[in-house]
Every structure is written in structure tokens, then in C-alpha cells.
Write a protein that binds this ligand. Structure first.
Ligand code: BDR
Ligand code: CA
Length: 302
């Protein structure tokens, strides 16, 4: 079983990714850290605290993370995740708060207790960069970082950049400069995994209480994409990333390379450019059928 720590800017697709992790015995979720991204960190933290008991895992420790990127001003995802980041679905108050320990101490403790763990980063890499800077021993303790982010083709927040890496490109640079094995599940892979609302309905995602919750949360995503592209679709970047963590053999196209982050204030800021090298494994495509069967397992939750 793979031991994982999830870092998230929860986010409707982050929520579905957490659901996937909890629905699969191949992974054991040791803890969750929250980070500024889709919405502010206070709302992200509230979202995770409320989501976990609904999914039957209120016991997993939640640590509140960074409220802003290393250098840049905070930038949020606008209406795509609804006003509250969970597609405006209202979950009951969990009646509990986040851990009193700081997020970096939480990560260090869990990594010492479970050396070789996989850190699954579903948002900007701010927390990961801070933790690595504070505690360099994490470079040896982490088995792998799997990060959703970056686009080799067209981005989603600008023409050049994907949202997570646009929000905090300096933190990506810190992670790239570490020794930790790094797998990046790209926006390019998410674009190839676009599903229409009808396809998702036909798959039967909504045929259970938990499945319906995630289907309902995605309504603002379908509406937002309809406004921009004319049809109701979702790309599932974070669920795709977690599906890869559950079963890496579902990757259909992998590239090796070095990544160069664009850190200037130019319109290309946040762009990730692949260069010759071996530093990063880039996931460019995931098998659609395999992804669907992993996604549908969230119907079995609570
Ligand atoms: C990423 O940005 C966020 O809006 C999603 O949660 C995902 O992590 C996709 O660019
Ligand atoms: Ca996310």
C-alpha cells in the first residue's frame, strides 16, 4: 500500500481527487495540508474539514498551510469552483478545527514516521517549497512528489501557463531544484481527458450519495466551460492525478525532461518549458477507460 500525504487547494476537482484516494485501498492517506489557490486558504481549510467527515474520514489530520505564494500576490480561480470552492454545495459544519501544529512540522512528522511517502500536490507548490526549505531532510524522506501542474501546450489561466504553476512559479522552481523524484501530471493530460456532462451522467457517477455529491459540485465547472467553449465539459486535472497515484500503469504517454519555469513578469510568467534532461517525469496522457473505472469507485464511499 502506498502511503500518501495530500496537499490541496480544495477546489471541486481536488475534492473528487480526495474521494478517489479514500475509495482505494491501494493508498493510505496519512494527512492533508491546505494551501492558497482556487480560493483563499481559510476557505480551502474549511472545505477539507467539512468534506472529510462526509466521506467517513474525519480522523485524518488536516494542517492549514500557506495563505499566499512565496513572492507573488494571491490569485484565485474565479467562479469556476463556485463561490466557496466546492461548487456552492453546502456541507455540514464539521465541528472541528485544523491541527494546532504548523503544516511544515506536520509534514516533517508524518515523513519521519513514514519515510518514502508520496506527496500528492493538487495545488500551487507553496507549502511543498516552504517545507523543503525549512527541513531539507525531507529531500531524503519523500519517496516521490506527484504534482498536478504545468502545460507544455496551451495553458488554462493564460495562453502559456497552467493555473497551479502560474499562481506560484517560484515554488515550482524550489521543488525542481530539490532532489526529490518528481512526477508532473500536466494540463495537457487533463485536456485529453475532457468529459461532457452527458458522458459523466451516462457513466452513472451520480448513482450514489457520494457520487452525486461530486457530480453536483461540478455544476459550476460545466457552466464555466460552457460559457468559454460552448459545451458543458469538465477536465478533471486533480482526479486524473490521484488516479495515476492509485495506479501509475494507467499512464499512456510519459516524457522525461528538465522543466524550465518562466519567472519573469512577462506575459509568459508561469509557463513551463520542457528541456533536454531527466529531472521530471511528465504525464501527458492517461487511459480514459481506466480513469473512468477509478473515478466511479467514489460511488462506494459513505
Ligand atoms: C488546477 O487548477 C485548479 O483550479 C484545479 O484544482 C487544478 O489543480 C488545474 O489547472
Ligand atoms: Ca487543485
Amino acid at each position: 500500500m502506498k502511503e500518501i500525504l495530500i496537499d490541496t487547494d480544495c477546489g471541486v476537482d481536488d475534492a473528487a481527487a480526495i474521494g478517489i484516494a479514500l475509495a482505494h485501498s491501494e493508498v493510505n492517506v496519512l494527512g492533508i495540508t491546505t494551501v492558497n489557490g482556487n480560493v483563499g486558504v481559510a476557505q480551502v481549510t474549511e472545505n477539507v474539514l467539512r468534506l472529510m467527515p462526509v466521506l467517513g474520514r474525519g480522523d485524518i489530520p488536516v494542517f492549514r498551510g500557506a495563505s499566499r505564494p512565496l513572492i507573488a500576490q494571491p490569485h484565485h480561480a474565479g467562479g469556476i469552483h463556485g463561490h466557496n470552492g466546492l461548487g456552492d454545495v453546502q456541507l455540514p459544519d464539521a465541528g472541528k478545527t485544523f491541527e494546532s501544529a504548523g503544516f511544515a512540522e506536520g509534514i516533517l512528522r508524518l515523513a519521519r514516521e513514514h519515510p518514502g511517502l508520496t506527496l500528492v500536490a493538487l495545488g500551487p507548490l507553496t507549502n511543498v517549497a516552504i517545507a523543503l526549505n525549512l527541513y531539507p531532510e525531507l529531500e531524503e524522506l519523500f519517496g516521490e512528489i506527484v504534482s498536478m501542474g504545468g502545460a507544455l501546450g496551451r495553458g488554462n489561466i493564460t495562453q502559456y501557463a497552467e493555473f497551479n504553476y502560474f499562481v506560484d512559479p517560484e515554488s515550482v522552481q524550489v521543488v525542481l531544484e530539490s532532489k526529490v523524484p518528481l512526477t508532473v501530471v500536466t494540463w495537457d493530460a487533463a485536456v485529453k481527458m475532457a468529459h461532457s456532462e452527458e458522458e459523466i451522467r451516462a457513466l452513472g457517477l451520480g448513482d450514489s450519495k457520494a457520487g452525486k455529491l461530486f457530480f453536483d459540485m461540478h455544476q459550476p465547472v460545466f457552466a464555466y466551460i460552457e460559457k468559454s467553449y460552448g459545451s458543458r465539459m469538465a477536465m478533471f486535472p486533480d482526479p486524473l492525478t490521484m488516479a495515476y497515484v492509485v495506479n501509475p500503469s494507467i499512464a499512456r504517454e510519459e516524457l522525461r525532461g528538465d522543466l524550465k519555469m518562466e519567472l519573469t513578469g512577462s506575459p509568459r510568467r508561469g509557463a513551463s518549458v520542457r528541456q533536454k534532461g531527466e529531472r521530471v517525469k511528465l504525464i501527458m496522457e492517461i487511459d480514459k477507460g481506466e480513469f473512468q473505472s477509478i473515478l466511479l469507485r467514489i460511488r462506494n464511499l459513505a
